[in-house]
Design a protein around this ligand. Sequence first.
Ligand SMILES: *Cc1c(COP(=O)(O)O)cnc(C)c1O
Length: 458
Amino acid sequence: MGRRHRCRRSLTMTGIPTTWYNIIPDLPEPIAPDQPAPGGGGGLNPQIPTGLVRQELSRASEIAIPAEVLEHYRAFRPTPLRRAERLEREVGGGARIYYKYEGGNVSGSHKLNSALAQAYYYKQAGAKRLVTATGAGQWGTALAAACRAFGLECHVYMVGNSYRAKPYRRVVMEMLGATVVPSPTPDTAAGHEALAADPATGGSLAIAMAEALEDARRDSGSRFATGSGESYSLLHQTVIGLEAQEQIAAFGETPDVVVASLGAGSNFGGLAGPFLRDRLRGGEGPRCIAVEPDACPKLTRGVYRYDYTDSSRSTPLQKMYTLGHAFSPAAIHAGGLRYHGTAKIVSSLYSTGTIESVAYGQNEVLASGLRFARAEGIIPAPESAHAVHAAIVEARKAADAGTEPVILLCLSGHGQYDLAAYDAHLQGTLEDSGLSEEELALSLSSLPEQPEVAVRVH
Ligand SMILES: *Cc1c(COP(=O)(O)O)cnc(C)c1O
């Protein structure tokens, strides 16, 4: 007990940080300001409550976590940080592998860390009901749990194909009191239009988002809650890295390599951010690696340009690494990593060479997920299996080089509802789709004309 007292000021007795770490003031290059979309939509989305807008614009390094949010964090935080000793032995060499496990809450992933904070600020702003869109269902499940926690109604437009093919997250959302409908629905103009064009359509996240936005705009008590792409989501996820810093120090270790999967960037930024703080301030720090699927390689193969954050083009433009808002990734099982863009903070870190990225195919990734499940007894979500795979690759490289690094990975969620992916992998029917040069070029041709941006003098 109490072996380490470092940074006590920012921890409660139970080891939960009481502040989030805002990395923005420490970035080596300021984030490029958002720009109004050509022909409409400008400024910050009017649906976002001021509590979150203030966080997006804050230049304070530490932002207090509201007591009401902390109280709900206490139900599942601090989350465990464990050493994967059996996996280490199996991989061989001298690397020590630690994982931070975020799957042990009712939503099954790290997304609840931000959903709780978002629901809190929406409630502060007077919302009675939150509306959102979800693909495979992780974000919808997290928001449903957060709405339950704060006494808000929750209505979820779930991509029709997933609604039918993956019923279990829908059931969890309903258990938590949310209403879930398969998108497109005939109840909104956007859904009506999509159904008129193709009555048999399985839907898409773009249509589901358009429906959710339209629904939320219809009545004054409702607000649209975005997923994990905004800077405030990454801020909320820094509880992962802040806890991990304390925990790994209690093992007497300092990580040499930090790895996490990259969807929009919040679990990667949330884990890596606090570990980068010293380095950004001129000190030492680990290598940080963002891991993407080779079917959606925005950092490894995308461009750093202004783009829409959604394919319905209803948002302001953000400067980020993107594959183009019209990008339609192959139907890989890691649904949470199929987003075309990258959080602005992660984009800035990558463009300045502060972080690294790698991309892998889903068979090698799921093989590593399977190895982790057998060795450590937790089935990783296909998204999280990307981080596991990268950690194993790093451990093997170190074994060949004769070094013994400490590797820390984010096990962002469990894969209990993703067994179809592991089944296909075991049956040998899982496809590695990758992304051809032609597909990439076609998608990049959808980028909007780049706005003229005044260079900020500082
Ligand atoms: C959504 C999701 C991700 C990716 O999202 P980020 O915004 O990049 O964090 C990773 N893992 C799991 C389990 C997810 O549900």
